[in-house]
Design a protein around this ligand. Sequence first.
Ligand code: HEM
Length: 485
Amino acid sequence: MAFFSFFFFLFSSVLASSLFFLFLRPTRFRRVRLPPGTLGLPLIGETLQLISAYKTENPEPFIDERVRRFGPVFTTHLFGEPTVFSADWETNRFILQNEEKLFECSYPGSISNLLGKHSLLLMKGSLHKRMHSLTMSFGNSSIIRDHLLVDVDRLIRLNLDSWTGRIFLMEEAKKITFELAVKQLMSFDRCEWTQNLMKEYLLVIEGFFTVPLPLFSSTYRRAIQARRKVAEQLGTVVRDRRKESENGGRKKDMLGALLAGEDALSDEQIVDFLLALLVAGYETTSTTMTLAVKFLTETPLALAQLQEEHEQIKARKKESDQKHLQWNDYKSMPFTQCVVNETLRVANIISGVFRRAMTDVNIKGYTIPKGWKVFASFRAVHLDHEHFKDARTFNPWRWQKNSSGATTLNAFTPFGGGPRLCPGYELARVELSVFLHHLVTQFSWVPAEDDKLVFFPTTRTQKRYPIYVTRKNETRQCKDSHLDT
Ligand code: HEM
């Protein structure tokens, strides 16, 4: 997935592919009409410009400048390979829809080592199709309504119960999304086992964002060891559950669905599959939660309107003596959905996706040569004024019906599209909405420090977004009490 794409392509493919293209390009590619652009310096191309832009709060000039000079589809050279960069929604759509016909995703070996070769992200062909649809059906609205929502609500409340004083929102959000994932995948509630799993799992995640060379990086070595341990722990669970299901027991979780599936998957396949799901939903959803709060804090009018919406829901529930959020509560959060959309649009947790052309592909009068990388940039489209008026401002109201702020709805693809459309898209939205409900009805907060957004190697805030929280029924500000001690 793109959240780790940027970094790893740099190290994994730099040498081999750069030398290949350096020598072959002049003869092979003179014949085709490439999109305009520059390949930058030998070997490194324009990678350093991109990285230095994405390490700032405002990476847009990297794309803006090139779009201005060359148009929305341009040639560049990133992470060791010539790349066609698309800032054009129609081209992005074409790339996504033609998965495994004209384009395929390709990850360096270092990623496969951490993810496991049987992960959904690396699967191809008919097995991918079946497993993607199994995953989609596991996270569809009716399953969320009937089974998952109750745990989403309970686990978020449980986590928020322990909040006091100064917290790092990013860390707290990660705890929430990890616990939710473990529950949804394997029906485990927080316990010593899940805490240990999380420790090892965090080491695996670190491995995704470091130099993937075992000889040079102790972080990568540690990540590989941790991956082995996580796989062992998950393997034990899978074996136990297999026995259980052979004796007629079946839990309604992802593991249950995998064991009951038609594909007779091996333990190793199931472990890889579960681990990749854990990776895919964890960082993305927790970062979106954190950034929603950051954007709302910086937009007090939106926060006030969101609070009003949720106080009304809370009051309704009090009247009917209901404690937990139900599906109809989720469905009566129209402004929250605007906030979720707008956070996804502005934050661009997944800034785009890399693919490789399987054949020469003609598009918009140009040719993308076989074997070339393409990058479909969602970020470029989401922040394009042509599609979203005043696109670089957080404006949740643009998503309201009859608003003039949102224009090209097809251009909004935070969850990708085509055969690899994110199977967790609905679940992520529900988790975000429930989180916001409990946050704004139970707490007020202020930032504890200035914190900046950066976009490389992932989208995150530099300081993990520290805030002071105050429980709404507390009379004294936590901030004050914290400062008093
Ligand atoms: C705000 C949260 C999320 C965002 C922005 C997001 C975004 C994306 C995007 C853009 C893709 C497409 C990648 C590609 O085309 O190469 C994707 C794929 C995927 N996502 Fe998500 N995702 C989120 C949450 C989740 C959750 C909660 C889960 C777990 C249930 C999940 C599981 C996956 C999986 C397994 C794939 C791979 C699908 C495939 O290759 O067939 N995501 N996600």
